[in-house]
Design a protein around this ligand. Structure first.
Ligand SMILES: C[S@@+](CC[C@H](N)C(=O)[O-])C[C@H]1O[C@@H](n2cnc3c(N)ncnc32)[C@H](O)[C@@H]1O
Length: 218
């Protein structure tokens, strides 16, 4: 992607059907999202952000930020940016940020086509987005582009192990889960290998390693 001034990717408009569908369904889920996921994922969020170890003056991007459940663990951070395709989710993030006394620059944006210049973020948080976004490789390539050299990415999500093929029932279940919630058969290695990011740390975050917390570095 070009680093020339004024040549950043277009933020919206060209979004495909899958991205428009995500916007539609997350606008629908927004009023109940926190009640469904907040408690179950809270310890994993805390652990993932502790691993990222953000410093107060670092510029941090929350990509697919949702309702901002990660903000509870970013209280000392002064340069937070959040993007999401769903304005319904971001409206809740705005309210949470105000409650927590945090300043967050939030905008509706496609995580596969970030409207930011090259090398402008110190760290990126990818929580429960790589298994949801239609093209996770495009997303991670954009993350790679906007990260400063040496920048970190923390991923918390569900993956199929790189050496596995999905058993028949898992492949069948995925036809439903990817429409209503999330893809359950994406492989981290397949998503990371087209980039220059390297895996610095990878740990199980529950359900026999189905959930993982991973730290990547540029
Ligand atoms: C499962 S939620 C995770 C939200 C938040 N990161 C969290 O941990 O609670 C997935 C989020 O990704 C957003 N999303 C889906 N497709 C996207 C895209 N192409 N660009 C940016 N955000 C997207 C959805 O609107 C939703 O808020």
């Amino acid at each position: 992607m070009s680093g020339e001034p004024g040549r950043f990717p277009r933020p919206e408009g060209g979004a495909g059907f899958a991205t428009r569908y995500n916007r539609w369904r997350y606008n629908l889920y927004a009023p109940v999202y926190d009640r469904v996921v907040a408690a179950f994922f809270a310890p994993r969020r805390r652990r993932a952000i502790a691993l990222l170890a953000p410093r107060p003056d670092e510029r941090i991007l929350l990509l697919g930020a949702g309702t901002g459940l990660d903000l509870d663990y970013l209280l000392g951070c002064r340069r937070l940016t959040a993007i999401d395709v769903s304005d319904g989710m971001l409206a809740r993030l705005h309210r949470r940020a105000a409650r927590l006394g945090l300043e967050v620059e939030a905008s509706v944006m496609d995580g596969q086509r970030l409207a930011f210049p090259d090398a402008c973020f110190d760290a990126v948080i990818l929580h429960l987005i790589l298994a949801v976004i239609p093209d996770p490789v495009a997303c991670l390539r954009e993350v790679e582009r906007v990260l400063k050299p040496g920048g970190r990415v923390v991923v918390f999500d569900k993956f199929l192990a790189d050496h596995q093929r999905p058993v028949w029932w898992r492949a069948a279940a995925n036809q439903l889960t990817r429409i209503i919630a999330t893809d359950i058969n994406r492989q981290l290695g397949v998503i990371v290998s087209p980039t220059t990011l390297h895996i610095e740390h990878d740990e199980s975050a529950g359900m026999g390693g189905f959930f993982r917390i991973v730290l990547l570095r540029k």
